[in-house]
Design a protein around this ligand. Structure first.
Ligand SMILES: *[C@@H]1O[C@H](CO)[C@@H](O)[C@H](O)[C@H]1NC(C)=O
Ligand SMILES: *[C@@H]1O[C@H](CO)[C@@H](O)[C@H](O)[C@H]1NC(C)=O
Ligand SMILES: *[C@@H]1O[C@H](CO)[C@@H](O)[C@H](O)[C@H]1NC(C)=O
Ligand SMILES: *[C@@H]1O[C@H](CO)[C@@H](O)[C@H](O)[C@H]1NC(C)=O
Ligand SMILES: *[C@@H]1O[C@H](CO)[C@@H](O)[C@H](O)[C@H]1NC(C)=O
Ligand SMILES: *[C@@H]1O[C@H](CO)[C@@H](O)[C@H](O)[C@H]1NC(C)=O
Ligand SMILES: *[C@@H]1O[C@H](CO)[C@@H](O)[C@H](O)[C@H]1NC(C)=O
Length: 434
């Protein structure tokens, strides 16, 4: 790989220096407003797999707080959060995330500020030695070939707090990067950041990085939630009900199909935004995304095909078919799946973002419940209406036969109404069916 080659060249050039000196790897995220994160692993720590490591966090003026974390998820390892304590000092708050609540101050992380820490010309510097930061929460080594780290920052005026439990609000930007920490090995357990620059060299190299603006992410999450819930909770069921409410020969082709197509496009757009959000959150394999793939896949790929097949069948024969029945039941299934997945989504959203008002899942539940009641009522209303019409029109002599056949047929047809075929009256007025 390019980096390795580059590094090999660098090592060749600095080979002699490297053996005696601290090696520092520095990462400066391009969206990090000039914030930089440096890592050094002393030789002994690298050899034995435990011992101190050295970190340097540096931020220009205008940064309220910034953080470096071990691992690629909040729950993976230690977090080092730095903010201004006073005009000249910084606070180091070591935290651990348990679950998805705001990470709490954890004094058991043995990390200390070293010489050179402080605020000089507005630049915050924290030189840190951590004595037990070589393993992640899952027991794996935090160092090595592809060691994952994450960072976050918030812009704003200096915090001016020496309270290590200071409440911090959502960050503005966050990201992850992966380093080969063998590039950072060197030194003899002394603070490498106060050694004169000439005797160490810094490499800016990472093998993989991701950067996410939390402001944009927040907007994407809202857009995703609104688009998919409007499509699944309101549009799909209501546009299906139109077949019951507006029983006309034109309903399917002129009203039901175009409106459902619009709903499908909205669901698809919401899905696209959701995929982008799940990439930002690194949640691609979670329940919510997987159920989402099924529900959206169903309404985008299966439902239109079944609907069109039933419509063609109906134009030929005037009857319902397996296409129609599947279209109706799968439609209900996919819509219900999408609605339930919306609830699952709220669970995710509130877990990862405490800003979401607790009333919104409740409102969602109420809207879903109301929609369900409306849906069921309309279907029963239409069925009872059809049934009473049938009863009125059938002659006593034929009642026995007709009571079975036409009702079965009507039910089929009201079934097929949902499936985009015909409408309730169609079976009795075949004249306009070609
Ligand atoms: C550690 O290395 C630094 C230079 O890298 C040197 O100044 C210092 O004396 C060394 N300390 C020990 C204990 O070897
Ligand atoms: C703040 O920094 C000054 C030196 O700049 C130091 O004397 C003082 O002890 C520091 N205060 C704290 C609380 O760390
Ligand atoms: C660091 O050590 C303390 C005790 O020495 C322990 O309670 C804590 O869990 C350790 N932290 C890590 C990250 O290993
Ligand atoms: C990490 O760096 C070491 C030292 O240069 C190198 O030998 C190794 O191949 C690198 N590993 C990866 C996965 O890049
Ligand atoms: C480094 O990566 C190589 C393969 O690229 C692997 O064989 C080796 O075990 C890794 N070393 C460490 C310390 O992870
Ligand atoms: C530190 O901040 C936390 C959270 O805001 C607060 O509960 C606590 O009382 C503060 N401690 C001090 C000493 O101010
Ligand atoms: C490194 O470890 C060895 C023993 O494993 C010890 O003798 C030596 O003093 C250590 N070096 C430093 C700089 O801590």
């Amino acid at each position: 790989m390019k980096f390795s080659n580059l590094f090999a060249a660098a090592v060749a050039a600095f080979g002699l220096v490297r053996s005696g000196c601290s090696q520092i790897v520095k990462h400066r995220p391009s969206e990090g407003a000039g914030v930089s994160y440096s890592i050094n692993v002393p030789k002994n720590t690298s050899v034995t797999g435990s011992g101190p490591i050295f970190l340097q966090l540096q931020a220009p003026p205008g940064v309220k707080w910034f953080a470096l974390g071990q691992g690629s998820q909040m729950t993976d390892g230690n977090l080092f959060i730095v903010y201004a304590a006073s005009r000249h000092n910084v606070t180091l708050s070591t935290r651990r995330a348990t679950g998805h609540v705001q990470p709490l101050y954890d004094p058991s992380i043995e990390a200390y500020l070293l010489d050179g820490s402080g605020i000089h010309d507005g630049v915050m510097t924290a030189n840190i030695r951590c004595d037990n930061c070589t393993t992640l929460a899952n027991g794996e080594s935090a160092l090595g070939n592809s060691s994952s780290w994450m960072w976050a920052l918030t812009h704003g005026p200096p915090m001016m707090s020496s309270n290590v439990s200071q409440l911090l609000y959502q960050h503005d930007w966050h990201g992850t990067f992966t380093l080969n920490t063998t590039w950072a090995v060197g030194g003899n357990n002394t603070n490498p950041f106060v050694v004169p620059m000439a005797t160490m060299h810094e490499l800016s190299a990472y093998t993989h990085q991701q950067q996410v603006s939390d402001t944009i992410l927040h907007k994407k999450r809202i857009a995703h939630g609104v688009m998919t819930s409007v499509a699944f909770v309101l549009l799909f069921p209501n546009f299906a009900l139109l077949l019951y409410i507006v029983p006309s020969r034109r309903t399917v082709a002129w009203i039901h199909a175009p409106l459902q197509l619009f709903a499908v496009l909205l669901a698809l757009a919401g899905f696209g935004v959701g995929v982008s959000v799940s990439k930002d959150l690194q949640e691609i394999g979670g329940y919510h995304p997987v159920i989402g793939y099924v529900a959206v896949g169903g309404v985008v790929l299966i439902q239109p095909v079944l609907g069109i097949m039933q419509h063609l069948h109906f134009r030929k024969t005037g009857t319902s078919s397996l296409y129609g029945v599947s279209h109706r039941y799968l439609g209900r299934f996919f819509a219900a799946l999408g609605v339930i997945n919306g609830g699952v989504g709220f669970h995710y959203a509130t877990a990862k973002n405490p800003d979401i008002p607790p009333a919104s899942p409740i409102a969602y539940g109420i809207i879903c419940g109301s929609m369900f009641i409306i849906y069921v009522s309309v279907i029963f209303w239409r069925r009872s209406k059809s049934a009473s019409k049938t009863a009125r029109f059938s002659l006593p002599f034929f009642r026995r036969r007709q009571e079975k056949a036409p009702i079965a047929k009507l039910e089929n047809n009201s079934d097929s109404t949902l499936c985009g075929s015909g409408v309730v009256e169609t079976s009795r007025e075949k004249s306009w069916v070609p």
